[in-house]
Design a protein around this ligand. Structure first.
Ligand code: FAD
Length: 276
């Protein structure tokens, strides 16, 4: 079975991090992902590092997709960044609102991701394949699911080509979200974002912060393992592999892995899914 894959990295901060990412990428390249994406610190804090990672990925012959967030930014600065990407031969971006870094008060010239999508289309026509974010368990700041879904549809209608979801461990939330989006006329691919599980406490903190649910039965199992990293890893691999199987069987058009710059878990999940 061939599964469409994409794999996400964050831009490393140190020379050692750059080396580690190169090594992870070399191992992940055997999966022949459709693209590697690189996150972007809201407010432009990783602008140079994201660009450097993206150029390196493209130079290795892979399709690279920089994330780009608009909160705290001006039209002029985003125009410049898009121009740099066009100059570097980049054809795909992940367009986001982002979150204002603490201490930064200026929201800039954009309020929501749909405005960024409109801006990219107005400035660059059809040059970029534009991905946007989707939230099967709803964005934490949304007032009600119905508002979040409508905002998602607006973002797609602004010109996005496909969407990648926040991670989740409940396949029904994804299927329900896709059905609801289709009912609103959204017909682009909605790719589930998959977070392999490397440890418990960090994942629990992160999930609380970004509004992704870690189901109670999983939390209790993880807590019960204490410091037993082997059991945590084995359980995490089982849970995430089964989730991926269910998503693909249910019609998910591919998988987007939040790799956290590590190859091992993504490779193992892929091996279990495909048998090679
Ligand atoms: P929006 O789509 O703008 O939505 C934000 C909130 O506003 C939602 O509650 C929505 O319901 C509401 N809303 C949207 N449009 C409207 C509108 N027109 N009117 C009224 N309300 C509206 N963060 C980073 O900083 N860097 C990254 O690289 C990054 N990559 C990500 C990749 C993926 C696949 C995902 C799922 C998230 C990523 N994030 C990243 C996190 C993201 O920036 C945050 O979740 C952020 O809070 C929302 O960004 P968004 O693009 O979804 O915003």
């Amino acid at each position: 079975m061939k599964t469409e894959l994409s794999i996400e990295f964050f831009p490393p901060q140190t020379p050692e991090g750059v080396e580690k990412l190169r090594a992870a990428r070399a191992r992940l390249a055997v999966l022949e992902p459709e693209f590697f994406s690189v996150t972007y610190g809201a407010g432009g804090s990783t602008r140079e590092r994201t660009f450097a990672a993206v150029k390196e990925i493209a130079a290795e012959g892979h399709q690279a997709a920089p994330h780009l967030s608009c909160i705290g930014s001006t039209r002029a600065s985003l125009r410049e960044i898009l121009g740099d990407y066009i100059g570097a031969g980049i054809r795909r971006v992940v367009a986001l609102r982002g979150d204002l870094p603490s201490g930064m008060a200026e929201t800039g010239e954009f309020r929501h991701a749909n405005e960024l999508v409109e801006f990219i289309r107005a400035e660059t026509g059809e040059h970029f394949h534009i991905e946007v974010a989707a939230y099967p368990e709803w964005h934490p700041q949304s007032r009600a699911p119905v508002d979040d879904l409508a905002a998602f549809a607006t973002k797609i209608k602004a010109g996005a080509d496909s969407a990648i979801t926040q991670y989740f461990y409940n396949a029904d939330a994804y299927f329900h979200f896709v059905d609801a989006a289709r009912a609103l006329g959204v017909d682009v691919p909605i790719i589930p974002g998959i977070m392999p599980i490397n440890g418990f406490s960090k994942l629990a903190r992160f999930s609380d912060a970004c509004g992704a649910e870690l189901p109670r039965w999983m939390r209790r199992k993880f807590e019960g393992f204490g410091d037993d990293t082997e059991s945590i890893r084995a359980f995490g691999l089982d849970v995430v592999t089964r989730l991926c199987e269910r998503l693909l069987r249910g019609g998910a058009p591919g998988l987007h892995f939040y790799s956290m710059n590590q190859a091992e878990l993504t490779l193992e999940i892929h091996r279990r899914l495909t048998g090679n």
